[in-house]
Ligand binder design. Structure first.
Ligand code: ADP
Length: 457
């Protein structure tokens, strides 16, 4: 891809990283290579964390609970002010999809490394997001046109689209507030429980209804837009390997999708986002079944699984986010983007590999695999104590190969080399997945992993 060097209307010389763990390190690394200084923030539980050690400066922003530290907007803005940061990168999770925070950042004269607050708000409301995509000509999962006003309306829509159906929270995330109803008998309960869960988890009981697809793949498209109206996509990721709607293994490209199908979807999505005036990185998530794509939601941030796209396209998405936030032009077009080989990521969490019970604690030995085509994004080190307060993701093992078969061989030997002693991790589960003939054949849907896990018990 040709490097571009247009003028920087809003130069970024120092970035505050409003996150922790591997993603804080990931952002630090990109900034460092760009000659940009970094400010780490941390809770008292994270004083010895690797992102704090590596950043140029660090500020303690509060006690261990996330609401008092990583979600403490006033402390974050103050930390940016005292350190003289020009921009804030929110990473994923925490405040990354909080439109109010993005507004606050901009109101303080800082650049928010992400989309506009209006687009974050629009896509954070899944009903508004589907509405926008419908208008822009993106295909959707059939369902209710908006929030369900009553159980009677739910029954009417379910009758039209046909059972099974899924009740989903408008403000949902992380798979919460989703309930399947396989028949009209189950609908009333699903409607009530989804509403209650949505209210408890998100403070908003708005729910909508979708047809529940029985054997789709989860295929998402990575997009990037500058502030001058140029939009490109970096192809798809297949994130069908999920447990409880949480992704465990991701691939780029999808073992099931043909290049022509990707190109057709990509062209449609790029057109839609150009019309929307979208800026920075984003991901559109689709379910794919019987050759049809159906949009489910858009994430207005960097995704956990972004490295598989980086390995496939030879691009640094975080650097691109920073450049675009500084007002630079992309400087390349869709035709410059090449998809080369195949990449696979395993999310390794500090959890029991069979019961998935959290397993925080001290890591006695940590050894990362290496060699050609292997990348490990992790904030672990020997002697580090994984705190119990946060997400259990401790490492992402990402491999790239000329073919999917080579990537799988590389993944298998990397998983064998990797050592995380002292705590339980999901490494044994990943080692089992990579041996499975169906996984190796790329023959799976979003329901495959749940059954695989159940078979192992
Ligand atoms: P969240 O924001 O909570 O992660 P999503 O809308 O992204 O929710 O859905 C998460 C996962 O739930 C999807 O990746 C898919 O596995 C499953 N899912 C969502 N909608 C449907 C549907 N209509 N039919 C079948 N599975 C679905």
């Amino acid at each position: 891809m040709p490097p571009s060097k247009p003028a920087r209307p809003h130069p970024i010389g120092k970035v505050l990283i409003a996150n922790r763990g591997e993603i804080a390190l990931r952002i630090h690394r990109a900034c460092q290579e760009m000659g940009i200084r970094t400010v780490a923030v941390h809770s008292t539980a994270d004083a010895a964390a690797m992102h704090v050690r590596l950043a140029d400066e660090s500020v303690c922003i509060g006690p261990p609970p996330a609401r008092d530290s990583y979600l403490n907007t006033a402390a974050l803005i103050s930390a940016a002010a005292i350190t003289g940061a020009d921009a804030i990168h929110p990473g994923y999770g925490f405040l990354s999809e909080n439109a109010g925070f993005a507004e606050m950042v901009e109101a303080h004269g800082l650049a928010f490394i992400g989309p506009s607050p209006a687009h974050i708000r629009m896509m954070g409301d899944k009903i508004a997001a589907k509405d926008a995509m419908r208008r822009l000509g993106v295909p959707l999962v059939p369902g209710s046109p908006g929030a369900l006003a009553s159980f009677e309306e739910a029954r009417g829509v379910a009758g039209d689209v046909g059972y099974p159906v899924l009740i989903k929270a408008a403000a949902g995330g992380g798979g919460r507030g989703m309930k399947v109803a396989r028949s009209e008998d189950e609908l009333e309960e699903a409607f009530r429980v989804a509403r209650t869960e949505a209210k408890a988890a998100f403070g908003d009981d708005a729910v909508y209804l979708e047809k529940y697809l029985d054997r789709p793949r989860h295929i998402e498209l990575q997009v990037l837009a500058d502030a001058h109206g140029d939009v490109v996509h970096f192809g798809e990721r297949d994130c069908s390997l999920q447990r409880r709607h949480q992704k465990l293994v991701e691939e780029a490209g999808s073992p099931a999708l043909k290049a022509a199908e990707r190109d057709a979807l990509g062209a449609r999505v790029v057109r839609a986002l150009r019309e929307l005036g979208y800026r920075n990185a984003g991901t559109l998530e689709f379910l794919w079944q019987d050759g049809q794509f159906a949009f489910i939601e858009m994430n207005t941030r960097l995704q956990v699984e972004h490295p598989v796209t980086e390995m496939l396209c030879g691009i640094d998405l975080v650097k691109e986010q920073v450049r675009v936030a500084a007002g630079e032009r992309l400087g390349y077009g869709q035709e410059d983007i090449r998809f080369s080989g195949h990449a696979i990521e395993c999310r390794i969490t500090a959890e029991d590999p069979e019961t998935f019970a959290p397993s925080p604690g001290r890591v006695s030995t940590y050894h990362a695999p290496g060699g050609l085509g292997v990348r490990v994004d992790s904030a672990l080190y020997s002697g580090y104590a994984v705190p119990p307060h946060y997400d259990s993701l401790v490492a992402k093992l990402v491999v790239h190969g000329a073919t999917r078969a080579e990537a799988i061989a590389r993944l298998r030997r990397s998983l064998a080399e990797m050592v995380v002693d002292g705590i339980s991790t999901t490494l044994p589960l990943h080692r089992a997945i990579v041996e499975d003939p169906e996984f190796r054949a790329g023959d799976y849907t979003i329901h495959w992993l749940e059954r695989f896990v159940a078979r192992r018990l």
